[in-house]
Design a protein around this ligand. Sequence first.
Ligand code: TZP
Ligand code: MG
Length: 219
Amino acid sequence: MARIASEEMKQRLKVYFIMGSVNCKKPPLEALTEAIDGGITLFQFREKGSGALVGEQKYELAKQLQAICQKRGIPFIVNDDVELALAIDADGVHIGQDDEDARIVREKIGDKILGVSAHNLEEAQAAVAAGADYIGVGPIYPTKSKADAKQAQGPGIIRLLRDHGIAIPIVGIGGITAENAGEVMSAGADGVSVISAIASASSPLLATKQLAQAVFNNE
Ligand code: TZP
Ligand code: MG
């Protein structure tokens, strides 16, 4: 398998759903199935925070969610846990600035998708140099889904990165909803990534449809 092409990555980032068992209102398998029915283009398993599953239970949930993604043709990305991603042959890994060095992760995962969180130009340039396939930029808006989130920067951070030559696929993250997704896209993002806008919705199906509509109306 070759590295994912930049154009395909950009298409995959359009409606990027991130979720772990602690985020969802509905049972995780149900929430993911509804999100796929609603039109997500990429999924990240992020089993993190207070009450998160560990060990065998985390592994089992990952396998179950991955099976749903595989059946529906949605790439399955694992947050942080490179060993888990390799053990289950996930499609990729997403790492933050506090995780293992991106160059080392790239070596470990070969051609799998590598996503890296970046908060400024320096981090974005380093991620590009390390071989990231995309960067996640945020928090764009205030978020309740990440306890140690940095201050919200607004969509202008994406425009700044674009203006300074960052050309690789960018997905915005943090407090994104159907109401503000349009301005994230207009700032130069290829897509939006969300936890609560879908996972906390009483209807993940409807919430995803609304988010997808906002994204595709502002490409
Ligand atoms: N990284 C920056 S903000 C965030 C992460 C994982 C949380 C995004 O969650 P939400 O509910 O879409 O604001
Ligand atoms: Mg991390």
